[in-house]
Write a protein that binds this ligand. Sequence first.
Ligand code: KIV
Length: 282
Amino acid sequence: MKKKKTVNDFINMKKEREQVAWITAYDYPTAIFGEEAGMDMLLVGDSLGMLVMGYDSTVPVTMEDCLSHCRSVRRGAPNTWIIGDMPFGAYQTTDSDAVNNAVRFIKEARVDCIKLEGGQRVASRIRAITDAGILVMGHIGLTPQSSGQLGGFKAQGRDVKNAREVIKDALAVQESGAFSLLIEAVPPEVTAFITRKLEIPVYSIGAGPCDGQLLICGDMLGQFKIFTPKFVKQYADIASVTVEAFKNYIAEVKEGTFPTDDHVYHIIEPAAEFERLFKEFE
Ligand code: KIV
């Protein structure tokens, strides 16, 4: 059986320069496959709003949506570190709302830590949740919940003025007590500097080499076709495989080649007795 990692393992992996490989997962089967493959972590991201629920952003996703998907992933991956993603509205109001919702993730969905978006502006939230005894992963750079303010899903830190803010955000996340930091869509030069500067592990999605890499499951499997960010590497083409399988099934049903004798349950008493049964209803 796979041994579940602890926060100390992730801190040691940074020291030992061992990379952390993780993806998002939203459902039970993906969680099973992730654990079987040996993923170091699974993120139940609020990206589930776009990848699974068909919204055009992550903003409509609710606490109930996130908790339900976290529970499915926990059932599929009992021995993997799972991150619950705080949805928009779960921590924007007050420190106390943020703590209450973080507690729900731990108690009701049994995740190992929570993640929330923002740096300097959410410092007091990170501190409050950490003080409640809950591990927090920060998330800076391109923060999808505030993509409106950022002018869209745009890379961050590409000019010096903006890079300064990204670096200040990274420092604020560490100073507030987060155990790790995720950086999204930031130039590798800036990520490398932050990774050297911070003591906590720094992970990237579209931000170049650091202490580990995250990809969105539906992107790396070629399942989500609405748009694919530049930073995605596609490791499979699940959409084509799925559509091909659906087409083959439709064709076989229409032409009568499915089901065959291999796909049915035969009677276990003599046929003559069934003939008598059928006659009763004629
Ligand atoms: O919700 C999510 O999957 C995320 C990633 C985009 C980092 O937060």
